[in-house]
Design a protein around this ligand. Structure first.
Ligand code: MD6
Ligand code: FE
Length: 207
């Protein structure tokens, strides 16, 4: 049976299946342009672990992690230069998805761009480095399927597994904003649009 285009994962968290599909090629081209200026890199957690997901950012600030902690920075620590600007196409999809999900007026100033190759994963975490938890986060998946773990407000809460595919958009806000979540190790595969990788864009209001 076909999956519904809109699914409420929890109060405040809405999955909009394939909502970004019509602009997926454009989003991928924007990622290529961002990466020319701010290449993907494997950051290290404050505990010294190298992250398996390669990351970069665009927008007025970008999420970083190193020995000093998790935070937002107005510059790319690799170059000392500002991050590439937020592509208009990112902003358009994100604000439109947010408003569909009930968060009108979303004004993101940061986009974390994640790149997964097979085996890359993201352990359960909360997104809590942003200044205002009243603002949602909009997440766009591109390329290979991911098994996303969607938990509760406590790390020990049960997690539900949600499969995220090419063009899927999840909007998280309100009471869902601080739910734990993660991504299981990416499975091998080949996608017509991205080859052997998955990209994820998360647009946030960081400041
Ligand atoms: C990912 N996403 O899908 C990782 N965080 O690759 C996230 O960590 C995430 O999808 C906050 C809000 C939505 C997300
Ligand atoms: Fe997250």
């Amino acid at each position: 049976m076909a999956e519904p285009p809109r699914e409420e994962l929890a109060p405040g968290a809405v999955l909009l299946r394939r909502a970004a599909l019509p602009v997926a090629a454009e989003l991928l081209q924007c990622i290529d342009e961002v990466v020319l200026q701010a290449p993907f890199r494997h950051m290290h957690t404050p505990g010294g672990h190298r992250m398996s997901v390669a990351m970069t950012n665009c927008g007025a600030c970008g999420w970083i992690t190193d020995a000093s902690g998790y935070r937002y920075s107005e510059v790319d620590p690799e170059t000392g230069e500002p991050w590439p600007s937020l592509p208009a196409a990112f902003l358009t999809v994100a604000t439109s998805a947010a408003s569909t999900a009930g968060f009108a007026g979303f004004q993101p100033d940061a986009c974390l761009v994640n790149c997964y190759v097979p085996g890359a994963r993201m352990t359960l975490h909360q997104d809590r480095n942003e200044a205002d938890f009243e603002q949602p986060i909009v997440s766009i998946s591109l390329g290979l399927l991911a098994d996303f773990q969607f938990g509760g407000l406590l790390r020990s809460d049960p997690v539900r597994r949600v499969r995220l595919g090419h063009g899927d958009v999840v909007v998280w806000g309100g009471p869902a904003r601080l739910r734990f979540h993660g991504v299981l190790p990416l499975k091998d595969g080949k996608h017509a649009a991205t080859g052997c990788v998955r990209y994820n864009l998360t647009l946030r209001t960081a400041r």
